[in-house]
Design a protein. Structure first.
Length: 377
């Protein structure tokens, strides 16, 4: 057996390093939490996809549950409380399910749902027990979906112990104010995964969101934020109506309405007074109508008389103008005729003179011609 040359050893080392780096690049990214809770065949990308789908569905289901409870109760107070409930619960669920580590997101959303189940009777105070039971069943259904995902992550079918720990933590940390002030579930997550709080923070910080995760977050926020803004505006309007000045004004308005109701009751009890007032109003209206009719008739007659006088005056003026115009034209025509005859008289005289002279000349010519003929004979 021949010894291996140094060049062959170098080539083998390079090949092994390339294979090792290739295997490392192909291996899916996993978080420390996912490694500790159970299954090793789920990558962070797959777990995130499943959890982000829950964020999209849970937001709509919680909103629908609150709207159904408010509509079915028929109470403005319950509707206002459900508006505040969904305005706090929807963004809290989205924030919980969009944590960088999907395992931490599952535990946080599970604990949040348990807290919402415990706080629902207080949040929907005034609703009937049947409606509260339906809303509680909706939240329990959401919790069962989280449990199903936890079974997939851990690979264990029995999650009774985990459920008990989550509900115990929720009972120890009830929701007493806005959901943004709720306690962190780091301690609960540490007890379930045997990881310290600092290790959880560093693990979550080391998981960077990829483009698909950011796109899912932006898509969810694009559909949810306008409705959340509308809810906040409605809450602001509701709080404004509860201001002392508005409440005092509404109280005064209520007293005014009561006074008007009493006045209406008194009027209803005195039909004779109402009949007299009605007849007096009708008589006054009839008198006003007659007076107005007479006034309009007088004005119409006066206008017609004025129009007749104006028409006659216009006709007289037109006749006078026509007569004056005809007289003026007659004078002008006579003047033109006289002027024409004056101009024609000398001309006629000249023509007659020339005709006379021509006649005399012709007569003399005839005489001379006759004399000449006589001499010629």
């Amino acid at each position: 057996m021949s010894p291996v040359s140094p060049c062959a050893r170098v080539v083998m080392v390079v090949l092994l390093a390339a294979l090792w780096s290739g295997c490392a690049s192909v291996a899916p990214q996993r978080s420390e939490l996912a490694t500790r809770v159970g299954r090793s065949d789920l990558s962070v990308a797959v777990m995130r996809t499943r959890v982000r789908d829950l964020a999209r569905r849970f937001s709509g289901l919680i909103e629908a549950m609150a709207d159904d409870l408010a509509l079915s109760s028929g109470s403005p107070q319950v509707a206002a409380k459900m508006l505040r409930f969904k305005a706090n619960a929807v963004p809290a669920v989205q924030s919980a399910l969009f944590q960088p580590d999907p395992v931490a997101a599952l535990i946080d959303s599970w604990a949040l749902l348990a807290q919402l189940e415990d706080s629902l009777p207080h949040a929907a105070e005034g609703a009937s027990p049947e409606l509260l039971a339906q809303a509680h069943a909706s939240l329990v259904s959401l919790e069962s979906e989280v449990e199903a995902e936890w079974r997939v992550v851990t690979g264990r079918e029995d999650v009774t112990q985990t459920r008990a720990r989550v509900h115990a933590w929720a009972a120890e940390n009830p929701l007493t104010g806005p959901l943004v002030t709720r306690r962190s579930t780091t301690g609960l997550l540490s007890s379930l995964t045997d990881v310290s709080g600092g290790g959880l923070r560093s693990t979550a910080a080391s998981l960077a969101e990829d483009t698909r995760d950011l796109a899912a977050r932006v898509d969810l926020y694009a559909t949810s934020l306008p409705r959340q803004a509308r809810w906040q505006a409605e809450l602001v309007a509701t709080d404004a109506l509860r201001a002392p000045t508005i409440e005092s004004a509404l109280a005064e308005l209520g007293r005014t309405v009561d006074l008007l109701d009493r006045v209406g009751a008194v009027a209803a009890n005195t039909p004779a007074l109402i009949e007299r007032e009605r007849r007096a109003a009708l008589d006054a209206l009839h008198a006003e109508r007659l007076g107005l009719q007479e006034f309009v008739t007088g004005e119409r007659q006066a206008v017609l008389a004025d129009v007749g006088r104006e028409r006659q005056a216009v006709v007289d003026a037109l006749h006078a103008e026509r007569v004056a115009t005809l007289q003026q034209l007659d004078g002008l025509a006579r003047g033109w005729v006289d002027h024409a005859f004056d101009r024609l008289e000398p001309l006629v005289d000249r023509v007659l003179l020339w005709l006379t002279l021509l006649g005399v000349g012709a007569l003399l010519g005839g005489l001379l011609l006759a004399r000449a003929l006589r001499r010629a004979r």
